[in-house]
Structure formats: C-alpha cells, structure tokens
Design a protein around this ligand. Structure first.
Ligand code: SAM
Ligand code: SF4
Length: 444
C-alpha cells in the first residue's frame, strides 16, 4: 500500500555491498510508509546512517557526520536521525551513541532493520530515543520491501552472518552467526527480479561457498547456482565473497559449465605468508591458495580473479610481507582491495603482541598498491583488440556523455553509444586497457 507523501528521506551508507543492500531495505520500508528520497540532507525529514565498523576510518566518518548533523536537528527539531548497521552492534556502542549524540532518535542493529516502521511509530508516540539492538537472531526474515538502487543489476542476499572468526575481523561479532536463506526463497526473489527486467544478480554473503551448510534437505552453493541458471530472462549471475578454504571442485565445475554464471571470482587472500594466514585463522596455506588458483584457471581459462589483501597484521615481518608481494606477482590478480591492518576491539588480533608500527604499515601498503597497479594495467592491456560481451548499465560515472558497462569478468568498460543500448548485452572491442577501466568501441 502506498501512502500520501509524508516527507523526504536521506540515507548515507558507509561500508560494503551488505551495507549498500541494507540501505535498499531501509529505502523500501520508508517508501512504503510514504517517504520520498532526497539527495539533500537539509531537505530531509528522516536521515538514516547505515554504518560500518570493519575499519576505524569508516567508524570515524560516522562520528564526524553525526557531529555535523547536530545543527540540522537544532534548526528542525522534527528531523528524525537514525543510526543502524554494524556500528551499534558493537559491545556498549548503542548506549555510547545515545550518550554522545543525544540528537540521534533511532539506534538500530543489523538484525532488526526490517522493524524500522515500528520504531518510527514508537518514536513518534513516545518522543523518546529508540535503542533496539538485537544481539543475534535465528530468524531469516523474508518479504521485506526493497527499493533497488539500479534497474538492471540487483544484489540478493543469500546468507547472513559469518562463522569464520578470522582473528582480525569484527564481522562475526556484529553480523552474528551464519544463516542461509532457503533456496526456494532466493529463486523466487531472482525470478521476480528477472520478470521486472533485471539482467544481472550478485549473490551476497560473507562466505558464499559455505551457503546451505545448515539447511535441510542439504543444498550447497553450487546447487543454488544451477537452480538460478534456469531462470528465464536472467542473463548474468555473480557472487561475492568466496572463502578459499571452502571452494569445492564441484563449484569450479559449475562456474565453468553454466552459461549465466560469470567468470569472475573474488577470492580474498589476505596475506601471502602461511605463518600469517595461520595467525589470521584463515584455514589455508599459500600453497593451497596457489593450487586453488591453478585449478580455477585450468577449468575456467578466462576467469578473472580479484582479492582482498592486508598489510601489517600483528607479527608480520619483512619476510612475511615479501611473501605477500611474491604471491601477488605469481597470481597476477585482475584487481585487489588493499587494506592496512586496523585493531578492532574484541577481536583476538587486537590483543596480539608485536603490533606493526604505522610507518612500516604505510611503507608496505604503498609498495603493495604500486605492484598491484602495475599488474592491473598489464592485465587490462592484454584485452586490447579483443571483443568482450558487455552488459550496458547506463551513463558512465567517469564521463556522463559516454556509456558504461561490465564484461562477464567484471571489468568496467567505457564507450560511446546511444541510450537505447542500456540494459542490453552488446559486443565491445577493447581499444585501451587502463588502470581503473577499459576503453572500447561498440562493434555491433
Ligand atoms: N567475508 C569477506 C572475506 O572473508 O573475504 C570479507 C569481508 S570484510 C567486510 C572485507 C575486507 O576487509 C576483508 O577481506 C579484509 O581484507 C578487510 N578487513 C577486515 N577486518 C580488517 C581489519 N581489522 N583491518 C583491516 N582490514 C580488515
Ligand atoms: Fe570476516 Fe573472515 Fe568472516 Fe570474512 S570470513 S567476514 S574476513 S571473519
């Protein structure tokens, strides 16, 4: 049911695709209530911050924005300010936010964002700050309204939480234990998306490779891909992230065989030294990672592989870091998200001795980025002269007079063309391989 316009909402997202998708769930609920989106904070009646606490920088950005919003609230006392997502989920953080930022009206955790309408009603009735952070929930909530940011590609959560407890990572503490959605609910959602004209879905989970572990009857991630591959109208299936420890041969065979499953694997390595990987509790060695990459490339020769890598984990020596550079050289990742290790309260690594000094971390990250940039350009140049299938997503963000789209291997391509091409899969000849994208020409 759509109500009369009640006002404007503004959502600011910090963090990963999970947070982006959470913001689509908030937007869906607010629009059902009758609110309209605005790009202008000062015109908003509701401002929601979807927060992240994986690294301190993301957390500090939230504190900065909350401070600035104080004056907006003074000008408009009816403005509702909400903080949700991972940040309030940390120990004592909800009360901390309430104390430090009394102008915040709603403080909601990761497990109960689907309860937003109820909290808004409660706030309007009581005029008291609503602080509702559930510690975890066994329920997998279905049928929540979602307002998708894009009309061609959509995120679909297939599982929540994480059971891996990598020693540096706060996610298992703020997103709770791993819970998979039932496959029939995922298939239903993707069918609805395909019927609505969506061409591509990206399946989201902290470790998609362990999808279905606790479901009855048993089902795994490879089975789910096979089910989704059958959906008429859907053209492309992507997924992220894959944990190297749980990557089965069956999954490699399914990616190789099923036409809609794209040849791109985001395979976070985190470090190149087996000693550090063990301290991180990653569950694989550098040799096992290299063997997995070899197997993937044998079965799926044109597969692109991207990764997450961290420098400066406690105890990382010059030799350990040299192993990281060495594995980056050996694998030749198509791209990498690089991170400086950051202490997260409550995680085992935060208590480890031998924390690496900041100046060493800075030197290492610069060296790593410079090596990876060289490799990314080299990989992109290898595509010059080739024709790639590109799903046209819309005007390019880099140059609005040109179009942008992605190859099956998830490389951004920018080219000239008319707007009628948007939503179509077209052949593009690659004319230049650059650091961040490919330049191309439509050759249809
Ligand atoms: N579940 C995914 C996986 O296992 O690869 C990653 C999720 S995490 C939100 C994204 C990335 O943030 C991680 O792959 C890791 O490289 C980085 N990260 C997590 N905790 C970190 C920390 N304490 N300091 C720096 N980077 C961190
Ligand atoms: Fe964090 Fe590891 Fe889980 Fe990824 S797999 S979310 S890095 S604990």
């Amino acid at each position: 049911m759509v109500h009369r316009c009640k006002g404007n909402y503004y959502i600011k997202v910090f963090g990963c695709q999970m947070s982006e998708h959470d913001s689509e769930i908030l937007a869906g609920q607010l629009e059902e209530l009758g609110y309209q989106p605005t790009e202008d904070q000062s015109k908003a009646d509701i401002i929601m911050l979807v927060t992240c606490c994986v690294r301190e920088t993301a957390e500090n950005k939230v504190w900065g924005l909350l401070g600035r919003l104080r004056s907006l609230k003074q000008e408009n006392p009816n403005l509702i300010i909400g903080v949700c997502g991972c940040l309030p989920q940390q120990k004592d953080m909800g009360n901390n936010i309430k104390r430090r930022f009394p102008h915040v009206d709603l403080i909601i955790g990761t497990h109960n964002i689907h309860e937003l309408p109820r909290y808004i009603t409660q706030l309007q009735e009581t005029r008291e700050t609503v602080l509702e952070v559930w510690s975890d929930s066994d329920a997998v909530v279905e049928e929540v309204p979602i307002k998708r940011a894009h009309g061609i590609k959509a995120w679909v959560t297939i599982m929540h939480g994480c059971n891996n407890f990598c020693t540096y990572c706060i996610v298992p503490y703020v997103r709770g234990r791993e819970k998979s959605r039932r496959p029939e609910n995922i298939v239903k959602e993707v069918k609805q998306l395909a019927e609505a004209g969506y061409k591509e879905v990206t399946l989201l989970g902290q470790n998609v490779n362990s999808y279905g572990k606790y479901l009855e009857p048993p089902v795994d991630f490879a089975d789910l891909l096979v089910m989704l591959n059958d959906i008429p109208g859907l053209e492309r299936i992507r997924f992220t992230s894959s944990h190297p420890r749980d990557f089965s041969d069956k999954l490699i065979n399914v990616i190789a065989k099923y036409d809609k499953v794209c040849e791109h694997i985001h395979l976070p390595i985190q470090a190149g030294s087996s000693r550090i990987l063990q301290k991180m509790n990653r569950g694989y060695t550098r040799e096992q990672y290299l063997d997995l990459v070899k197997k993937i490339r044998e079965k799926i020769p044109n597969c692109s592989i991207t990764t997450d890598i961290m420098v400066g984990f406690p105890g990382e020596t010059d030799e350990d870091f040299a192993d990281t550079l060495d594995i980056v050289e050996k694998v030749k990742f198509d791209g990498a998200f690089t991170f400086v290790y950051n202490k997260r309260r409550g995680t085992p690594a935060a208590e480890m001795e031998e924390q690496v000094p900041e100046e060493i971390k800075t030197k290492r990250i610069e060296e790593l980025i410079s090596l990876q940039n060289k490799i990314s350009i080299q990989k992109n140049r290898e595509l010059e002269g080739k024709v790639e299938e590109v799903l046209v997503e819309g005007s390019s963000k880099k140059n609005s007079s040109r179009l942008g789209g992605r190859t099956r291997t998830n490389k951004l391509v920018i080219f000239n063309g008319s707007n009628e091409l948007i939503g179509k899969i077209i052949p593009i000849k690659i004319t230049a391989g650059l650091l961040t994208h490919l330049d191309g020409e439509f050759c249809g």
